[in-house]
Design a binder for this molecule. Structure first.
Ligand code: AMP
Length: 341
């Protein structure tokens, strides 16, 4: 036991020493390059920089950390080493980690923009690009779930795009686990609840992979319509928006819902709309984009897209598909399976 403790301590000391050495290199190398702020996330600020040794652009996320007496919190170290092991084309690549006294610097591959900015700039996805983009997200999450990592905060801001290759990657992965789900971001900006699964909004404290599948369902609808699906301004507003689209859940449609901490018997009763609003939004988006072929009843989503959405947005989380089984859905037929994994 004593030996084990000794070894662990040694590893930690070595890691921290390594980080400090690396920080000095980072400071001297990146001082001139690390100039442009490109984003503000839940845990810190993101800067764009050029790596002097490779000439590649990188994104450096600076996370303020309240240090424990003996250095970087071990939970953060564990999480980071886990992220460093994650190697998948649809998951952000973490190249390096450096530290200074009060901050951690995570160096990631740099992509062009996040999905929220992309949708604003280029509008919703049409036809095959929609299927490809959604495929990339599900592949990314399949890989992470396969490695026992939950995202817990999937949203368009956390999906990044390389515009030339139209490769999508999931970002801001895993770190959330060290901090639970915050309501206030690092910047005191309110963390968005729009993509949060109903079981979490109703107070369930045990998090599992289906909560990420719910978020991907919301993102799928937004990619096709250009509009957030449940843009609530509070937990209850988000919940009511969900109920208005899918119908208020009952113990039949969602066994156990009435026992959830924040469930109220007095919730208004709405009936299921069959995704009416999503269909209209997607048709409108297809029309605007001049895609007469896909206008139909559900725009670029098509009936198979609506079906996949319905599966991801099942109230009872055990009814939602795993990422692996979602990837077998007919919506992805003909999508770009050739992209290397
Ligand atoms: P995050 O803290 O990861 O949520 O990042 C905040 C914002 O910074 C994101 O919404 C992106 O707009 C931007 N960003 C983060 N990481 C990257 C990256 N690797 N490449 C390009 N932009 C990024």
């Amino acid at each position: 036991m004593a030996r084990k403790l000794y070894c662990r301590r040694k590893v930690k000391v070595a890691m921290v020493a390594d980080m400090v050495r690396a920080t000095m290199t980072l400071r001297s190398r990146a001082a001139s390059a690390c100039s442009k702020k490109i984003g503000e996330g839940t845990y810190g600020t993101v800067y764009k920089a050029i790596c002097h040794s490779t000439g590649e652009r990188v994104a450096i996320k600076k996370i303020k950390i309240l240090y424990e007496e003996d250095g970087v919190p071990s939970t953060a170290l564990r999480e980071i080493s886990l992220l460093k092991e994650m190697n998948h084309i649809n998951v952000i690549r973490l190249d390096n980690v450096y530290s200074s006294r009060f901050s951690l610097f995570l160096v990631f591959e740099c992509l062009d923009m996040d999905l929220r900015v992309y949708l604003k700039r280029y509008g919703p996805f049409q036809e095959m690009p929609l299927r490809n983009a959604v495929l990339h997200c599900f592949r990314g999450i399949e890989f992470c779930h396969g490695h026992r990592v939950l995202h817990r905060d999937l949203k368009p801001q956390n999906v990044l795009i390389d515009v030339k290759s139209m490769r999508l990657v999931l970002a801001d992965f895993g770190l959330a686990r060290n901090f639970s789900i915050p309501l206030k971001a690092y910047t005191h900006e309110v963390v968005t609840l729009w993509y949060r699964a109903p079981e979490v909004l109703l107070g369930q404290q045990r998090y599992a992979t289906p909560m990420d599948i719910w978020s991907l369902g919301c993102i799928l609808a937004e990619m096709a319509t250009g509009q957030a699906l449940f843009p609530g301004d509070s937990e209850i507003d988000t919940i009511f928006r969900i109920f208005r689209l899918l119908g208020t859940p009952t113990d039949e449609s969602w066994p156990g819902v009435t026992t959830l901490r924040d469930y109220k018997q007095r919730f208004p009763r709405w009936s299921d709309t069959g995704f009416a609003e999503v269909r209209t939004g997607a048709v409108e988006a297809a029309r605007k984009a001049g895609c007469s072929k896909t206008v139909g009843d559900s725009g670029a989503l098509g009936e198979d897209g609506i079906e996949l959405l319905g599966l991801c947005l099942k109230y009872n989380m055990v009814d939602r598909p795993s990422a692996k089984s979602a990837l077998r859905h007919s919506f992805f037929e003909g999508a770009d399976r050739a992209t290397p994994l």
